[in-house]
Ligand binder design. Structure first.
Ligand SMILES: [Zn+2]
Ligand SMILES: [Zn+2]
Length: 509
């Protein structure tokens, strides 16, 4: 990899692979066994960054995604109905019924929202289904080669993993035509000329079937078989596959020694962890789905999150307040650490940044019930640029979704329609300060003016700043804390603010 630190990682990889050849196929793949979560985003987005960098450098490049629909259901996950799924364990995901009843298969059920999210995220990929690759015969050649060279593959497995490989081990897992399972079957023979495999199943069934219908290669052979059959030149994969003697190492030897091809350029990547909860995992349930993420932040921000860090750098994803900072970093609002090339690669629509921090918009949405006209009026009051209605509406929807789903309690606000009962506990000093504030407030004051006015009231020593802020927040929000006070009061209608301050000053008297 390039030593040039200023160069973006995707550009460095693109430059390096272009020295070998000009045409490239970047391949990705994830098993559709459950909800696709933000952790999975790294697989496809790492590839997307390199894809864009290659396109920018004039390469001929294709980008595919292989849905591992032939993988068996490993167990009855917590989110599955055991009554329905206990009997489906061991069957390929493409042959199992969908959990909701609206999809063609279990695999389709999880793939559909993932592929919709990919469209929203601006990722254009060719979707291939593993069961099609097999059943349409695209892997026939590799299956026969693997069966013919079973002893070579066993030796590679043994040398790389340093584990004993069973004498009857086969690179091929037959799919029983009678019971539909990949588990409990074993190869009993094959015929290279006839392209058939014979197998026996624990259910008692035995037959000789065409290789294209007879099952699938075991993972460590399936992967290099795809590289060879499709001509994959670049592939990102989770760091577990990159360990010494892991599936990339064995795959490299299998493609060279068995299929006589070359492995793709490897891009190992680090997992994406949910802050405080470890690596995201469907089985642990500690996940934010990609579909949820695309409702929470604009697609450019999700892309930026992955592009800004090198693939092997750890990313701790925190959907709370840090996610708001990420939006502002991408928008280049109040941020010093924006990565310009990552933002450039992330760009989709030529929409201008909103011009106000997303953190502020989250507050605005809460004090205006998310009404676009009210928010536009507030921006005007603050002399802030007013984006097009479409842009503003779009950002409001993200802010609302974040508030509903990920806002920590301290970020939640509820502007009270009537004077909160808690104002009765205000001290006489607090009430007096609110009264003075009401008298000195003027309609044309902006947030900075109001901020200066509030501070000036605390300078003659009659009231501490903290006590005055608490009184103001209590009067409007019914809680002792809130957003920056000048900005907050400046966001509200002048008459409303003055009246409420007067009411609060009179409360409990
Ligand atoms: Zn479904
Ligand atoms: Zn069977």
């Amino acid at each position: 990899m390039s030593e040039n630190r200023a160069q973006h990682w995707a550009d460095a990889i693109a430059q390096e692979v272009l020295q070998a050849q000009k045409q490239h196929l970047i391949s990705t793949g994830i098993t559709p066994s459950g909800d696709y979560h933000v952790g999975h985003l790294r697989e496809v987005m790492t590839a997307e960054g390199i894809y864009r960098a290659l396109v920018d450098q004039g390469a001929e490049v294709r980008f595919n995604y292989i849905a591992d629909t032939m993988d068996p259901l490993r167990r009855v996950y917590d989110f599955l109905d055991p009554e329905v799924y206990a009997d489906e364990v061991g069957k390929p995901l493409c042959d199992i019924p969908c959990p909701c009843g609206d999809h063609g298969s279990y695999a389709e059920h999880f793939l559909e929202p993932f592929l919709e999210s990919m469209q929203k995220l601006g990722v254009e990929l060719d979707v291939l289904y593993a069961h099609d690759l097999y059943r349409q015969g695209h892997l026939d050649t590799q299956i026969i080669m693997a069966l013919e060279q079973t002893e070579t593959i066993k030796r590679i497995e043994h040398e790389e993993s340093r584990k004993e490989v069973a004498a009857d081990w086969s690179p091929f897992n037959p799919l029983c035509a009678a019971c539909g399972r990949l588990s409990g079957t074993r190869v009993t023979g094959f015929d290279a000329a006839a392209k058939t495999v014979s197998y026996h199943c624990d259910c008692g069934h035995a037959e000789t079937a065409p290789v294209s219908r007879a099952g699938k290669l075991t993972w460590r052979v399936d992967w290099p078989a795809r590289w060879h059959a499709l001509g994959v030149t670049i592939e990102p994969f989770g760091k577990d596959h990159a360990s010494r003697g892991g599936s990339y190492d064995t795959g490299t030897r299998v493609i060279r020694e068995v299929f006589h091809g070359e492995p793709p350029y490897p891009i190992p990547y680090e997992w994406l962890a949910l802050r405080g909860q470890g690596d995201m995992s469907s089985s642990k349930g500690n996940l934010v789905s990609i579909a949820n993420l695309t409702q929470t932040v604009p697609p450019e921000v999700a892309r930026y999150m992955i592009f800004k860090a090198k693939p092997l750098r750890h990313i701790a994803f925190d959907p709370g307040l840090p996610l708001l900072n990420l939006v502002d970093e991408y928008d280049n609002v109040e941020s010093n650490n924006r990565n310009p090339r990552a933002a450039d690669l992330a760009l989709l629509k030529d929409w201008p940044p909103l011009g106000i921090p997303f953190k502020h918009l989250v507050n605005l949405v809460q004090i205006s019930d998310g009404e676009v006209d009210k928010i536009a009026a507030i921006l005007k009051r603050h002399d802030l640029p007013i984006p097009s209605r479409e842009v503003l509406q779009n950002r409001i929807a993200y802010a609302q979704y974040w508030v509903e789903n990920y806002a920590p309690p301290e970020a939640r606000l509820q502007l009270q329609d009537t004077l909160p009962a808690s104002t009765e506990s205000l001290t006489s000093e607090q009430r007096e300060a609110l009264s003075t504030l009401a008298n000195r407030l003027e309609p044309d004051m902006n947030g900075d003016d109001i901020h200066a006015l509030v501070y000036s009231l605390t300078q003659d020593g009659d009231i501490e700043p903290k006590a005055l802020f608490q009184a103001i927040y209590t009067a409007f929000l019914g809680q002792p804390r809130g957003p920056r006070v000048g900005w907050f009061l400046g966001s509200l209608e002048f008459d409303f603010v003055r009246t409420r301050l007067q009411e609060a000053a009179a409360a409990g008297v």
